[in-house]
Design a protein around this ligand. Structure first.
Ligand SMILES: *[C@@H]1O[C@H](CO)[C@@H](O)[C@H](O)[C@H]1NC(C)=O
Ligand SMILES: *[C@@H]1O[C@H](CO)[C@@H](O)[C@H](O)[C@H]1NC(C)=O
Ligand SMILES: *[C@@H]1O[C@H](CO)[C@@H](O)[C@H](O)[C@H]1NC(C)=O
Ligand SMILES: *[C@@H]1O[C@H](CO)[C@@H](O)[C@H](O)[C@H]1NC(C)=O
Ligand SMILES: *[C@@H]1O[C@H](CO)[C@@H](O)[C@H](O)[C@H]1NC(C)=O
Ligand SMILES: *[C@@H]1O[C@H](CO)[C@@H](O)[C@H](O)[C@H]1NC(C)=O
Ligand SMILES: *[C@@H]1O[C@H](CO)[C@@H](O)[C@H](O)[C@H]1NC(C)=O
Length: 810
């Protein structure tokens, strides 16, 4: 391809290719605590060491992604596994994280967990994509503790075993799972099963034969199968070593996959290395009409010469363009009225299964009589010669194709119908050949077999529906302000009226919405479990209807009017950072003002740091990580937010810790909610906590973001020492004590003696800390605690100072 390009263009494409390879090829491992983000789906991928497989976010359609593994070399990405096939995630903010606890978790834009590997994994070291296409999680002794091979979707890869638990289900265009299953059945026979609410039956191996006639064994309960690199499919039930073999099994090194396709057929594919196109090298079912359910209830599959679905006389297609629901009767045969009936003969046709009875050696008339007298009988199958009669209660799996045993269906219709003009579905490839002729064989290399059944114009509308739903999410997101405006200002809807209007948007806006007071009373079970109490109000634990645990904060002393309150919230509701506790919504009804916030599992830093009986001690790594995380959260508030936000009350009580002890700052933005004019005098009354406030609060200077930097400095000292700094000020005022402490620490830093660091750091750590990190944190705390606020660093530069010392980022 490259020589055909003009030289400069080739160089450019080569360069970008090299850039792509060099940054992508180096990475097959996802370290503990790191993640892949959907925004970087083109570069943020894992590649197996030999480059055969890639793993990352895959765009299923505009703005919707799955986390998948695919063959890198196929011309079109061929997905072989997905973590969330049936539930795509949004194109923004979705991430896959290997959490420090060991669980691998996929979260959607609103932090909903869409998929997880399992939270029982212990001592996890990293996740890795292997050359076999297996994504594994290994523990510190190198053993695999989880693997994607254990939960296949629609594909088996060479070296991936087929076990008793293996179950393949096709991936359909509409992303809803298909109606077919590939697995070991109850008698340990590897089978293809048609499975819908009304019927469930096996169509491979051929149900008309006995197990042994199909060359299977039913008494080997091992239930073990395998696909090897040569394209040989083996299974414990294949009797006498009869194996299924790819047509190109002699070609070594061919890349293969075994996939259960949406048409219910199981195919083995081989990849052509040159053009990246897959071709079929083995197919389980050579006569597609024997796949059950293809034409739905009452529908008949026949060859003309391609496999085609049709309705029998007296029936019409239920859902034009989609054969899933088959055909429906155009008549009603009332049971009690004894309406005269007729039987229409459909030669070479059978509806498989749903037999009411099995009668042998009776005449056609006797069989008709039985069906006439039973209202539920829709027709019967009759074989001349043996005189076997099978009345049917349902007409499923219809097919018209000659089989060695000549069969005919006699369909029960009202006598008033004149069907002489109605065509009867027949396989025209048979005419005028004898009935023993094989129906059309599956041609090799067919990529989308069954065009007549699969590609329907109606299929598009469903796609469009989903597509527009996804687009709607992003539109709502963008126009969020306008949306809030509508509900908040334009006209006040009554709560019930509003819920009705909002219902349709509930899903889309679930990351920030308005709640009714009643809803929150229910969520908190009448404010039963109190999590904490501060000057701004009490916090209660609750569980929303979607089972999300939340912290509900009942605000008091709100001087802001309803509209101002809501306007402020519409801004802080959009703030989203991993070190800031999310605000999911609010309630503003009558005098009630409540915030619905993310529930953070491990409570506040103050609870853990200053607990009397120290049952749990934060280790040094956790402490450093908390210092860094809090700095990141504050830097985001100060510098990156849409609107500049000063916290004004940074203290260990407002730093929450999640299950991984990752810090999340809470109560940000409350300064704005709680006072009207925003003047510093007012702020002093409602915000700030003695022991953490900067000196300029007292001297009445305007408040800037540097007040948070000062408070952060004190938090750093407390994280280091494990003690409440304000408690050191016995008798004197806090600020003069701090001035003293800072100058002592500054002197010590200048000196060459080092043992004082050990004395300053929390004794509970018994000396287990990183000296370099501790020194850096002390130095940082000193600069944050400068009297002159202009000498204090910004939170941004605090983060920059700490980052190089963070071990986790190596
Ligand atoms: C890749 O997908 C596109 C769009 O679906 C299709 O037109 C094209 O033929 C496919 N290419 C190959 C090699 O399968
Ligand atoms: C790793 O997993 C293996 C197998 O489950 C187990 O035997 C081993 O003890 C684990 N190692 C660690 C360090 O947990
Ligand atoms: C079973 O195996 C025999 C011998 O290989 C073969 O002739 C026969 O067609 C096979 N039967 C089926 C149903 O595949
Ligand atoms: C069952 O199948 C397995 C795998 O093919 C084979 O090793 C084993 O001998 C079989 N057992 C019996 C009882 O045939
Ligand atoms: C048959 O009867 C049912 C209910 O009695 C009715 O809903 C349906 O429309 C009728 N179908 C036809 C084709 O008349
Ligand atoms: C049915 O219709 C065909 C043509 O429309 C007609 O020739 C035939 O006589 C009709 N049969 C009955 C029983 O009415
Ligand atoms: C056909 O209809 C069924 C259910 O009625 C639906 O699940 C399926 O997605 C539809 N197929 C297409 C291609 O629209």
């Amino acid at each position: 391809m490259a020589p055909a390009l003009p030289p400069n263009l080739a160089t450019v494409s080569l360069l970008s290719f090299l850039a792509l390879v060099s940054c992508a090829a180096s990475r097959d491992i996802l370290q503990l605590g790191s993640s892949l983000a959907v925004e970087a789906f083109q570069s943020d991928i894992l590649r197996s060491p030999d480059g055969t497989f890639s793993c990352g976010f895959y765009s299923v359609y505009d703005k919707a992604f799955t986390f998948s593994i695919w063959y890198s070399e196929a011309a079109n990405k061929t997905i072989v596994w997905s973590a969330n096939r049936d539930r795509p995630v949004h194109s923004r903010r979705s991430v896959l994280t290997l959490r420090k606890g060991g669980n691998m978790v996929l979260t959607d834009y609103d932090d909903t967990i869409v998929w997880e590997a399992g939270d029982y994994l212990r001592n996890v070291q990293h996740a890795q994509l292997l050359d076999t296409g297996n994504l594994v999680i290994k523990n510190t002794s190198g053993d695999i503790v989880w693997q994607s091979f254990d939960s296949p979707t629609d594909t088996i890869l060479p070296s991936q075993g087929i076990t008793a638990a293996t179950k393949l289900v096709p991936t359909t265009q509409s992303r809803s799972p298909g109606n077919y299953i590939f697995r070991f059945n109850d008698i340990s026979v590897l089978s293809l099963i048609y499975d819908v609410p009304d019927v469930s039956d096996i169509y491979w191996p051929n149900p008309d034969n006995s197990v042994y006639d199909n060359n299977r064994s039913r008494y080997n309960s091992t239930r073990l199968g395998s696909l090897d690199n040569n394209g040989i499919l083996a299974s414990s039930d294949f009797a006498d070593g009869i194996l299924l073999k790819a047509s190109d099994s002699a070609a070594p090194g061919t890349k293969r996959r075994l996939t259960l396709d949406p048409d219910g057929n199981l195919r083995m594919y081989s990849l052509d290395d040159l053009d990246g196109v897959w071709s079929v090298s083995m197919v389980a079912i050579s006569q597609p009409c024997t796949i059950h359910g293809l034409c739905g209830q009452n529908g008949i599959c026949h060859y003309s010469p391609k496999p085609t679905c049709s309705c029998p006389p007296g029936y019409v297609m239920t859902n034009l363009g989609n054969w899933t629901e088959g055909c429906m009767a155009t008549f009603n045969l009332s049971c009690g009225a004894h309406e005269p009936v007729q039987f229409v003969k459909l030669p070479h046709t059978d509806f498989w299964g749903s037999d009411q009875k099995r009668l042998l050696g009776i005449s056609l008339e006797a069989c008709m009589d039985i069906c006439i007298r039973d209202c539920t009988c829709k027709g019967f199958q009759y074989q001349q010669g043996t005189g076997s009669c099978y009345p049917k209660s349902l007409l499923f799996n219809g097919m018209s194709c000659a089989t060695p045993r000549v069969r005919a269906i006699y369909l029960k219709l009202p006598a008033r119908f004149n069907v002489s003009d109605t065509p009867i579905p027949q396989s025209n490839v048979l005419d005028p050949a004898p009935p023993t002729l094989q129906c059309e064989q599956m041609s090799r290399g067919v990529r989308y077999p069954f065009p007549d059944v699969q590609e329907t114009s109606d299929g598009q509308s469903k796609w469009f529906y989903f597509y527009s739903f996804i687009v709607a999410i992003s539109i709502i997101e963008v126009s969020f302000i306008a949306f809030a405006w509508f509900f908040v200002f334009k006209r006040e809807l009554g709560p019930s009226e509003m819920w009705a209007a909002e219902e349709g948007y509930k899903v889309m806006t679930s990351h920030f919405r308005r709640y009714s007071y009643k809803e929150l009373v229910k969520a908190t079970r009448e404010f039963r479990v109190e999590l904490g109490r501060g000057r701004s109000g009490a916090v209660y634990k609750g569980v929303l209807e979607d089972e999300r645990p939340v912290a509900v904060k009942k605000l008091k002393n709100i001087s802001r009017g309803k509209e101002e309150f809501q306007a402020e919230l519409s801004i802080i509701g959009r703030i989203n950072h991993m070190n800031l506790a999310r605000i999911w919504g609010f309630c503003s009804e009558g005098s009630h003002r409540l915030l619905v916030c993310e529930y953070v599992e491990n409570g506040s830093l103050a609870n853990i740091l200053f607990r009397d009986q120290n049952t749990f001690v934060l280790d040094w790594k956790q402490r450093f990580n908390i210092a860094l995380g809090v700095a990141k959260g504050l830097a985001y508030l100060h510098h990156e937010c849409l609107e500049w936000v000063i916290h004004c009350d940074v203290k260990p009580e407002n730093i929450l810790l999640d299950t991984d002890f990752e810090p999340k700052i809470t109560d940000f933005g409350l300064a704005k909610l709680l006072n009207r004019a925003g003047s510093s005098q007012n702020m002093l009354q409602v915000r700030g906590t003695v022991g953490y406030i900067a000196p300029e609060w007292v001297s009445g200077l305007p408040i800037t973001a540097k007040v948070d930097v000062y408070s952060y400095g004190i938090v750093l000292l407390e994280i280091l020492s494990g003690a409440r700094v304000s408690e050191l000020a016995v008798g004197s005022d806090v600020h003069s004590m701090l001035r003293q402490l800072v100058s002592v620490l500054a002197d010590k830093l200048e000196g060459h003696e080092e043992s004082w660091v050990c004395e300053f750091v929390d004794q509970e750590l018994s000396g287990q800390f990183n000296y370099l990190q501790a020194r850096t944190v002390i130095k940082l705390a000193i600069s944050c605690l400068q009297e002159d606020r202009n000498k204090r660093p910004t939170m941004e530069s605090v983060v920059q100072t700490l980052l190089p010392f963070d071990e986790a980022s190596d």
